[in-house]
Design a protein around this ligand. Structure first.
Ligand SMILES: Cc1cc2nc3c(=O)[nH]c(=O)nc-3n(C[C@H](O)[C@H](O)[C@H](O)COP(=O)(O)OP(=O)(O)OC[C@H]3O[C@@H](n4cnc5c(N)ncnc54)[C@H](O)[C@@H]3O)c2cc1C
Length: 473
């Protein structure tokens, strides 16, 4: 049967049954068209605001399938997109009418405990890597929600509970296997294709499809001191001031995240606060447990905590503690800034906007990232922003399309009101569909962006990989 697919330059191309048959013969994985079982599930991503329908989904089983898919897209001039974990808020994994190259079957992880390194295929979720590495008491730098894909996270930068100690996720890359736009397989590392290696450490999906990442690992756990403490919203100003003091003085073993939101009906929170404003601080101390206990004592003595689940727990459990707050299928809209510090003005402004959440699922979060990443020069990798100490994420989340306008307005208002406290930088992986070239420049800085544009010309002159936050050559 013939099929119509969107072309990279716009318009569509009709592929004959023979064209499809020759692709099918070379491709070992599954090809899903719109009428096939499983298509609906695979075309949808974490953010329900994204509702695109690829013409064909190519579910790859290995590097050869990725090569075949790239060559097929090139041969027919197809619009294409790459799906890792499908968690990108802008829905970059899905293209309308084109070819979605789906890596989600590639979930292998191989750990070398002696070398303290791990190979992870590009369809892995964060939890896949933590599970295998923790068997050896090792960990890679991951994010805070375990269902996130490693691929998008790594090629956009990546930060989590270990960032203060070890930098961005992409600072911990040893090498990558990459399928480039010409359908060739390349190794990218400091000693091989060094410019491609540079570009992929933050430059997003603009330069090729990574099929396998090699990460440097670090001794962590398997048990850490971690969890969360929560207070009534009335205590929020006092708690955020205490959070500022705690985080400013804390050694790099302690990472903390402050959250303003409406209490969800979570079992760890008392029933009487469900639906009411709270402030919570999530903490992970990956050093000696006793040291962590001492560091947290002043925070625990602040105001009147309503819940405290900070305890000795497996690191893998800590890594999934926030998962339930971020289910697939809600509507999400985020805005973010990097901060050099937390001023009184920022606290007052954040509290004012937390008082007018347009949805009970929304939150304002402050992630501490200051530490190892600040020690490298801005040119070390495109992700840059080596002056950032915190990430402020204004995270709108709601259920119904009719509430889109109110929730997006809330996030934009809070974003504008907090702009003056920002370093001017932002995180490329938190950019939404409507963030334009000014925000991409804010994510990379002018010098890194210019270098990325030159490399885009070299590695993908026809802009085959255009379903990424654009770095045009
Ligand atoms: C709930 C939630 C929590 C998050 N928490 C964190 C966090 O703690 N820390 C953090 O740093 N980020 C975090 N993020 C942001 C996250 O890093 C990005 O959303 C990232 O894009 C997710 O990766 P993915 O593989 O799931 O992306 P996908 O949506 O599958 O892909 C997004 C884009 O990434 C690129 N890409 C994907 N796979 C490849 C590949 N194999 N080769 C080359 N390019 C590829 C492509 O451009 C693709 O279009 C979070 C996101 C969500 C939704």
């Amino acid at each position: 049967m013939a099929i119509k697919l969107t072309r990279v330059e716009g318009g569509s191309v009709e592929l004959s049954a023979e064209d499809l048959q020759s692709f099918r013969a070379a491709f070992k994985g599954q090809l899903l068209g719109a009428d096939d079982p499983g298509y609906e599930e695979k075309r949808t991503v974490w953010n329900a605001m994204i509702d695109r329908r690829p013409g064909l989904i190519a579910r790859c089983t290995g590097t050869v399938d990725v090569v075949q898919a790239v060559r097929f897209a090139r041969r027919h001039g197809l619009l294409s997109s790459v799906r890792g974990g499908g968690h990108n808020i802008a829905g970059l994994a899905v293209c309308e009418g084109g070819l979605m190259i789906d890596l989600s079957l590639l979930r292998g992880v191989w750990v070398d405990p002696k070398q303290r390194s791990a190979l992870a295929q590009a369809g892995c979720l964060l939890a896949d890597v933590d599970r295998e590495t923790q068997l050896h008491g090792l960990a890679a730098v991951r994010g805070f929600v375990s269902a996130t894909g490693i691929a998008g996270l790594t090629v956009g930068g990546g930060f989590g509970y270990l960032t203060r100690r070890h930098g961005w996720t992409c600072d911990n890359l040893i090498a990558m296997e990459v399928v480039t736009a010409d359908g060739q397989v390349q190794r990218a590392a400091l000693d091989e294709n060094a410019e491609l290696f540079w570009a992929l450490r933050g430059g997003g999906g603009n330069f090729g499809i990574v099929t396998c990442f090699e990460y440097r690992l670090h001794p962590v756990g398997p048990e850490i001191l971690g969890g969360a403490i929560a207070w009534h919203g009335d205590d929020a100003a006092q708690v955020l001031a205490a959070y500022r003091e705690l985080s400013a003085a804390a050694p790099r073993e302690l990472t903390s995240v402050a959250v303003l939101r409406i209490a969800p009906p979570a079992p760890w929170l008392p029933k009487e606060v469900h639906g009411k404003p709270i402030v919570a601080v999530f903490v992970c101390h990956s050093g000696k447990v006793e040291d962590g206990e001492a560091l947290l004592a002043p925070l625990r003595a602040t105001g009147k905590p309503i819940a405290d689940i900070v305890t000795r727990r497996p690191y893998v459990q800590m890594q999934s503690l926030l998962d339930a707050t971020q289910p697939k299928g809600r509507r999400y809209y985020w805005k973010s800034h990097y901060l050099a510090g937390i001023s009184d003005g920022l606290i007052t402004t954040a509290l004012a906007h937390a008082a007018r959440f347009a949805s009970p699922h929304s939150a304002i979060l402050m992630f501490q990232i200051e530490g190892a990443l600040n020690e490298l020069p801005a040119s070390h990798s495109p992700v840059g922003n080596r002056d950032a100490a915190y990430v402020l994420n204004i995270a709108g989340a709601w259920e119904r399309p009719e509430d889109d306008a109110a929730n997006m307005r809330w996030a934009r208002d809070c974003f504008e009101a907090t702009r003056g406290f920002s370093t001017g930088g932002t995180y490329v992986n938190f950019l939404t569909e409507d963030d334009g070239s000014d925000r991409i420049e804010a994510a990379y800085g002018r010098a890194n962006l210019d270098r990325l544009a030159t490399l885009k010309q070299a590695y993908d002159p026809t802009n085959l990989f255009r379903q990424a936050k654009a770095v045009t050559g």
